[in-house]
Write a protein that binds this ligand. Structure first.
Ligand code: ATP
Ligand code: MG
Length: 390
């Protein structure tokens, strides 16, 4: 008897010819995450990926937590193995799912046979196991349409498995199937959620963070790295490009109109991010902007920042309310870190009256006195790269 983990594929089952590619990527991503939890065998049959511990030393609980954060998995459950024998299957279900059977009011049994030489059909097996469980737990009503608990029985080549319904997985597509993006990560609530959402669609996400030492503290930078670390179980290995931004900000403050400061700064963030992305073969940027959230996120302001971008800018939280973003942040575990009270470079020189309806020409005019490319190059030259591994 041993316990294994089953992963149900999400929307990748809809992929036609390149479905194999998606499955291989999912298995590779699973194996990398399982490494630190022991020796596991990972393989796929009929849209289900099996994660089987190979020895006693495996940390199944750790593996279970890790698989819950694996994009491409729509649902997952634990299953118990037993002998391919109807009585052994009943005994296994009684013991393994005992608590759930006691708590449920209604149930049904669903069987699958991979081994067609098994002496009962799936229907016969379901009826047999269902009858025996009903005898053992007489309070249970049989409900084949809307049961509270479904007992799944799978008869495989060498053994049988028993499990309850799958619980929701992380969803999305396997990371690595959707290209690579660079996410502008601040210490706030929105940008970690935005990064997570893009990775969920199968995109490898690297990060870029701008800091303004000594106006912002080393702790503020550490907080951002901690946010990135919290995302690693979802994203996989990632690289954080840490950009010294003080010189750019001081130049803007000295040379440009105060009410345009935030937007000018944001245009520099975008320029620097585009340059880093292009050097690293990255195809898109990601931000945590949401329409109307602050002055720099009106449609006019977004147009002004987009005007300097040479890559598409993905804004996955663009239509979400703050409360909805917070709900995701809590679910993925970044919220508590995001609300730690450290200053961000954006708040350092915030103008008292920022422009909410800026025009691109005004910004271009303000930038005419600057050597834009030299400022970008200097910032890029000072970048420190922090690689975060699984
Ligand atoms: P967050 O969006 O992270 O909650 P916020 O709403 O305060 O923070 P803004 O200052 O409005 O963010 O900036 C909007 C977006 O710009 C952020 O979501 C993030 O993508 C990017 N950004 C802001 N500050 C930084 C920074 N210091 N480094 C990297 N990206 C940043
Ligand atoms: Mg925001």
């Amino acid at each position: 008897m041993r316990e294994i983990i089953l992963l149900k594929q999400g929307e990748m089952v809809l992929k036609g010819l390149n479905r194999r590619g998606f499955e291989d990527k999912l298995m590779g991503n699973a194996r990398r995450r399982l490494k630190k939890h022991g020796s596991f065998q990972v393989y796929t049959r009929q849209s289900t990926t099996y994660v089987e511990p190979q020895d006693e030393g495996c940390d199944l609980e750790g593996a279970w937590q890790a698989m819950g954060k694996l994009f491409g998995v729509a649902g997952l459950c634990r299953a118990q193995s037993c002998a391919k024998d109807k009585q052994a299957i009943v005994a296994c279900a009684k013991e393994y799912l005992g608590d759930q059977l006691r708590q449920a009011k209604s149930f049904k049994v669903e069987s699958k046979r991979a081994d067609k030489t098994f002496p009962m059909t799936s229907i016969q097996l379901s009826q047999y196991v269902g009858g025996a469980l009903h005898d053992a737990f007489p309070h249970l009503a049989v409900d084949v349409h809307n049961p509270q608990l479904t007992v799944h029985v799978e008869v495989r080549d060498y053994e049988a498995f028993v499990h309850a319904d799958a619980q929701a997985g992380a969803g999305g597509l396997p990371v690595g199937m959707g290209g690579r993006a660079l996410s502008l990560l601040s210490g706030g609530i929105d940008s970690p959620v935005a990064s997570w959402m893009v990775a969920k669609r199968g995109v490898i996400v690297d990060m870029i963070h701008y800091y303004s030492y000594p106006y912002t503290s080393p702790e503020a930078k550490e907080k951002v790295l901690e946010l990135a670390r919290l995302l690693v179980p979802y994203l996989g290995k990632t690289c954080v490009h840490v950009v010294p931004f003080t010189a750019v900000q001081e130049t803007l403050r000295r040379a440009c109109p105060e009410e345009l400061f935030t937007l000018l700064m944001r245009r520099f963030m975008m320029r620097i991010a585009c340059q880093v992305a292009q050097h690293n073969g990255i195809q898109a940027l990601v931000t945590g902007e949401s329409v109307g959230q602050v002055a720099s996120q009106t449609l006019e302001a977004l147009a002004c920042t987009d005007a300097v971008c040479t890559l598409p800018v993905l804004r996955p939280v663009v239509g979400m309310d703050k409360e909805e973003i917070v709900a995701v942040a809590r679910r993925i575990g970044t919220f508590e870190t995001s609300i730690l009270p450290y200053e961000d470079c954006c708040t350092v020189f915030t103008p008292r009256h920022p422009r909410t309806r800026p025009r691109v020409e005004q910004l271009e005019q303000a930038e005419a006195v600057l050597d834009v490319q030299a400022m970008v190059d200097e910032a890029v030259a000072g970048i420190q790269r922090v690689v975060l591994e699984l």
